[in-house]
Design a protein around this ligand. Sequence first.
Ligand code: ADP
Length: 301
Amino acid sequence: MRLSIKNLSKTYANGVKALDNVSLELPTGLFGLLGPNGSGKSTLMRTIATLQEPDAGSIHLGDIDVVKQKHEVRKTLGYLPQEFGVYPKSNALELLHHLAVLKGITNTKERKEIVDALLHRVNLYDFRKHKVNSFSGGMKQRFGIAQALLGNPKLIIVDEPTAGLDPGERNRFYNLLAEIGENVIVILSTHIVQDVSQLCSNMAIINKGSLLYAGKPGDATEELNGMVWEKLVDKSELAHLERKHSIISSRLVSGRPLVHILSTENPGNGFMRVDAGLEDVFFTKIMGLEATIPVLESELV
Ligand code: ADP
């Protein structure tokens, strides 16, 4: 099963072009859709989830035409939206039963088995009598995954799932997603680079509605190898460096800027070459940075 997106475009009534001719192929496994806030991720997720229509382009899940056969897609889709609203009075068990009925699981015995198994799977069985509203952020997200898994979906969409989770909760959530991703297509939309680098076998980067990269995280970092240079500098040096070099990022470490530069040659001045990380790829693509390519003496014939 593959999800195939071809030439997808969407412009909102206010003139914002949220998707600009996006084409992507998603195989089984975890697929990371990485982009800054406002880059068009939710628009793409909602379009795949049949909640809104594109202006142009097509989406196919196997043989199903996602744009035209909404009902067919919904039968095999699990969706965890950015804001997962819950009914304030329900406990986890009641709410999951309610959602299971909505998913068409009407046989009581079968539904009990499915709901109990899902609560075990996301490690919330012991909390099944607790109100979902009282759950921590991580527990709410795991509940969200349980409801997304109702009906054995082939495609699961999770929109910005780790925003607001503490590191422990984030790790538990990663493990759960990794386990699920073995058999189905899981699309994980996020602005957090670490989500993708730790979890996803395939990825895409989008910005301002345009696709900037599609492929494996390892291939993306490979492209930059040998061109990323690092140095802990003084704040006063920053302005000068910015004029002279393509700065990928500047992140404070113990109060001092740790600067990454994109350069095909040694920038000197104490900069050390480091392995490119996915964050370097992300910033390089988002800012459209280019490394200067010097002509080597040996290449001058
Ligand atoms: P992301 O999920 O990456 O934050 P979105 O898909 O939510 O991005 O938004 C992409 C762009 O489209 C943003 O500029 C946003 O303000 C705009 N946008 C999103 N939804 C709507 C809408 N319903 N009407 C008008 N503009 C919208």
